[in-house]
Design a protein around this ligand. Structure first.
Ligand code: GDP
Length: 300
């Protein structure tokens, strides 16, 4: 059987039914659009995002069906792929480095999203690339956060900047601010600032993250989101965009069962690119985000 690019079996089947046809009817297009809608909803993509997406695909597919194209089914496949990859960021976007080091990368997201783990992953990857990252413990909320960062720092071969033990709970904004001066003095070329999250969106947490952002003037603010978050993805992403704003997204726990519908919802609603995917608990389970691979996973 002919393959249809990277799309799923189910969709392939639906499109295979169109293949023999020289021309697509509106009913053919609608049937396929229905399959796409079902696949997206099953992948936990936000309903508004699904509606917008399928509306666009339907419009373009109907237009294509009017033309005398040789292979209308193939055209529909192409439209679906283009639209999905387009929302997911098109080209892969790389990390922005500052012209004048240190490059400052701030991490924000809910507790448990995977920020501290990601800090270690980023540091390990940067060390491999020849950088000298400094990890900054500005999560002074969770009792174990500093120790956890020290553990991942050691695994990554990166130093950790943290408040002196016995220095009370410390002030995370102060710690973050001081760390930049420290990094500059000691010639670290990248600073990764881990911040505190809460289980849910919380005004105090958001203010702290916004204050840290102001204090460190980051080159990148990465919003870290658990891909298993499902329908809460949109509200959470919007809250972080309004509260702290971010330059990019990191999707974690993509090794889990989720189809990754959160990726589509977050990308569409915030317009921010997804830079990395976290795919396991080990520091090596980390990769650049590939919009095309994600497109096929969502429709699987
Ligand atoms: P934080 O509260 O945002 O700093 O989250 P943590 O980094 O402490 O991560 C929360 C939990 O998720 C930990 O048990 C991590 O080992 C786990 N975790 C983080 N990233 C991933 C991932 O990509 N895949 C899996 N399976 N687990 C992850």
């Amino acid at each position: 059987m002919a393959t249809f690019g990277t799309l799923s079996d189910r969709l392939t089947q639906s499109l295979a039914n169109l293949r023999g046809k020289g021309r697509l009817s509106a009913a053919d297009v609608d049937g396929t659009v229905r399959e796409i809608r079902r696949a997206l909803l099953e992948a936990d993509v936000n309903l508004d995002v699904v509606k917008q997406f399928t509306g666009k695909v339907r419009e373009r597919a109907l237009e294509a069906s009017q033309s005398q194209a040789l292979n209308p089914a193939q055209q529909v496949v192409q439209i679906v792929n283009e639209e999905l990859v387009g929302i997911l960021g098109g080209q892969q976007r790389r990390l922005e480095f500052a012209k004048q080091p240190p490059t400052v990368i701030m991490l924000a997201g809910l507790q448990g999203a995977g920020k501290t783990t990601l800090a270690g992953k980023l540091a390990k990857w940067l060390v491999k690339e020849g950088h000298t990252p400094l990890l900054v413990a500005a999560d002074l909320q969770r009792p174990n956060a500093v120790t956890q960062l020290e553990i991942v720092g050691e695994q990554a071969g990166a130093n950790v900047y943290a408040p002196e033990p016995g220095n009370g709970k410390g002030n995370p904004v102060r710690v973050a601010k001081d760390s930049i001066k420290f990094a500059r003095d000691k010639q670290y070329d990248v600073v990764i600032v881990d911040t505190a999250g809460r289980l849910g969106v919380d005004a105090e947490m958001m203010k702290q993250a916004a204050d840290i952002r102001k204090a460190v003037d980051p080159d990148e603010v990465l919003f870290v989101i658990d891909s298993l978050i499902g329908q809460d993805a949109v509200a959470t992403a919007k809250a972080f965009q309004d509260g702290v704003d971010f330059t990019g997204v990191v999707l974690t726990k993509l090794d889990g069962d989720s189809r990754g519908g959160a990726a589509l919802s977050v990308a569409q609603v915030t317009g921010r690119p997804i830079l990395f995917a976290s795919v396991g608990e080990s520091l090596d389970d980390f990769e650049p985000f590939h919009p095309d691979r994600m497109a096929s996973r969502i429709l699987d």
